[in-house]
Design a protein around this ligand. Structure first.
Ligand SMILES: C[S@@+](CC[C@H](N)C(=O)[O-])C[C@H]1O[C@@H](n2cnc3c(N)ncnc32)[C@H](O)[C@@H]1O
Length: 301
């Protein structure tokens, strides 16, 4: 089975319920991926409706395009308009007019297409080139980061984005092990510098890989930029739905919504984040760490 067939959208029904799609509305899926959620939105729209999809990964965008074309074909003259943007979602204000959006969805993190393909270099489970870029057209690769940043900067980023307490030891081992060119090599270096402890349930390289991925893709800055833009783009009562996969992402969303609610910009619809049921986790282990937060734009400008 190919990665694209394995992909299951996370918290699908909750995302659709909170978006509360109106057939003639305009919806933005900021992270199309393989368009699992995107298809759900498209099918709830009618010919007056519009779906705008973003993905900075050219491979993902191509697959999403094919899937949405199949959906449009099935829907015939009831199909919505679909436009796709192959850029970072932080550029959303260049593509979407203020006050025109009924719902905005962002499902952060790595897709199974990216994670499961060794050549993309996201995973230490399969050996591949140390790349980790979602947007394969630009930016430094993870190999450039581990081979070119100085030891102190490496340690800081592993600590900050991986919440890894043994970051200094790991950074020292990476610098000694240079050049580091593959995911397998990096995983071995990290595991020997900071071996798994008895209580650890994750591979010793997990946090270092997470840190590099976040750094390479500027993930947290992207999320902040999107959340800044969202209230400007949404119509009054328009919905924001964000799904995050680790505490650094979720904290940004949580703080943004709390502060926005205090300023009267957001009405928060999820007092606590929505998480996957046992049954969903069973079907799709990736959903275990997912947290969904939703809010409605108030009328104030
Ligand atoms: C978890 S997947 C989304 C899966 C999707 N919801 C589905 O149902 O198939 C996240 C996708 O968002 C893309 N992505 C992540 N950050 C992005 C950003 N800042 N700008 C544009 N695309 C981004 C990734 O390339 C990836 O394909």
């Amino acid at each position: 089975m190919e990665a694209k067939d394995r992909h299951v959208p996370v918290l699908f029904q909750d995302a659709m319920d909170f978006l509360s799609v109106r057939a003639d509305g305009t919806y933005v899926d900021c992270t199309l991926g393989m368009a699992g959620h995107g298809e759900g939105i498209a099918r709830r729209l009618g010919p007056e409706g519009r779906l705008i999809g973003f993905d900075r990964d050219p491979e993902a965008l191509e697959l999403a395009k094919e899937r949405l074309a199949r959906v449009a074909n099935e829907m015939g003259d009831q199909a919505p308009q679909v436009s796709l943007v192959g850029e970072e979602f932080s550029s959303i204000e260049e593509h979407v007019k203020p006050g025109t959006v009924d719902g905005l969805l962002a499902d952060f993190g790595v897709s199974s297409l990216q994670f499961d393909e060794a050549h993309r270099g996201f995973s230490f489970q399969a050996d591949g080139p140390l790349d980790m870029r979602m947007n394969t057209r630009s930016g430094p690769t993870a190999a450039q980061v581990v081979n070119e940043e100085n030891e102190r900067e490496l340690a800081d980023l592993i600590y900050e984005y991986g919440e890894e307490r043994r970051s200094r030891r790991i950074a020292r081992a990476i610098v000694r092990g240079r050049p580091v060119t593959t995911t397998g090599q990096l995983a071995r270096i990290v595991a020997s510098a900071a071996p798994a402890m008895k209580q650890d349930r994750i591979h010793p390289a997990t946090r270092t890989f997470q840190a590099l991925r976040i750094f390479v893709n500027r993930e947290l800055d992207e999320i902040k930029a999107l959340l800044e833009a969202a209230p400007k783009l949404l119509k009054p009562s328009g919905r924001l739905v964000v799904i995050s996969f680790h505490s650094l992402e979720d904290r940004i969303a949580k703080d943004h919504l709390r502060e926005g609610a205090q300023k009267g910009i957001w009405e928060v619809l999820t007092r606590k984040p929505v998480t996957a049921s046992e049954e969903e986790i069973e079907r799709n282990p990736r959903s275990r760490s997912a947290k969904l937060r939703a809010a409605a734009r108030t009328a104030s400008r």
